[in-house]
Design a protein. Structure first.
Length: 278
């Protein structure tokens, strides 16, 4: 059983006798079932063998959610999702074709006092705005699972700070919700007292990016400014290279609520990743 599936089962079981309407939402639902490249340690997220995407995982959970919300911008993916809905006639499934940054705020604002939800966000690349996460946090009703594309961030943050392109800065500001990332993640380089007398060789960069661990801590701290609880993320790799940070965050400010979630998530991750949590 994967981490996502295990938590969904824990969630619906824990709340089944509570007077809540339970929602599951996926803003980048895709086709519901697809075949990405194999990733190290990613079995815990979604299975490989006849790969079930997050849509099928959510629909397989028993007890079931009261309502499912699947969104994707691609018309071909929408057709696949509609076919999945046809195969589950007894489940309440809503399908949307919107930009995720429009879908998520609309979904969050639709939740009433008796609604509770899990939202899964796995953007394909740079589609997710930080401001969208702010809408999730203010609901105080949503548990968030987020695949944060750290590989994309690293590509736009070269080690040499002099090589950051202007268009990358704009994208990073949108993805990270601030322009302070450069100040936080790039440190001045000590220049040699005596340079190359003949001017040969590559110039020494003025600023150099910190390592992946520092980037991970900084993104975690940024999420911690939004959410009352953020679990330590799992680092997913491809051939040894960082690919995603897998985050879990709770918007409910009540310590009892996120304390229970913390215990469940910690136990699930330790079981499925063998305790090797970055």
């Amino acid at each position: 059983m994967t981490v996502l599936e295990a938590y969904l089962r824990f969630y619906v079981t824990a709340l089944k006798n509570q007077p809540f309407k339970l929602h599951y939402a996926d803003a980048f639902a895709g086709t519901g079932s697809h075949s990405p490249a194999r990733l190290e340690n990613q079995d815990m997220l979604i299975p490989y063998e006849d790969f079930k995407g997050s849509v099928e995982v959510a629909l397989s959970v028993d007890p079931a959610f009261h309502q499912y919300h699947f969104n994707d911008l691609n018309p071909a993916h929408i057709a696949e999702l509609e076919a999945i809905r046809d195969r589950h006639p007894y489940k309440e499934i809503e399908i949307y074709q919107q930009d995720a940054n429009a879908f998520v705020p609309a979904f969050c604002s639709s939740l009433s006092g008796r609604d509770r939800a899990i939202l899964f966000l796995d953007p394909y690349s740079t589609q997710l705005d930080w401001s969208t996460l702010e809408h999730v946090a203010i609901t105080e009703k949503v548990d968030l699972w987020l695949l944060f594309p750290i590989s994309v961030i690293l590509r736009m943050m070269p080690r040499d700070g002099d090589r950051i392109r202007p268009e990358w800065r704009e994208t990073l500001n949108r993805l990270l919700g601030t322009d302070k990332w450069e100040e936080a993640l790039y440190k001045p380089v000590d220049l040699p007292m005596i340079g190359d007398l003949f001017g040969d060789g590559d110039p020494t960069p003025l600023a150099e990016r910190t390592n992946v661990d520092e980037l991970q801590k900084w993104v975690s701290a940024r999420l911690g400014e939004l959410f009352p609880y953020v679990a330590k993320p799992v680092l997913l790799k491809n051939k040894g290279r960082p690919l995603f940070l897998f985050f879990f965050a709770v918007s409910n400010p009540e310590p009892k609520a996120w304390g229970l979630a913390d215990k469940a998530v910690s136990r699930i991750i330790e079981k499925d990743v063998g305790g090797d949590v970055p």
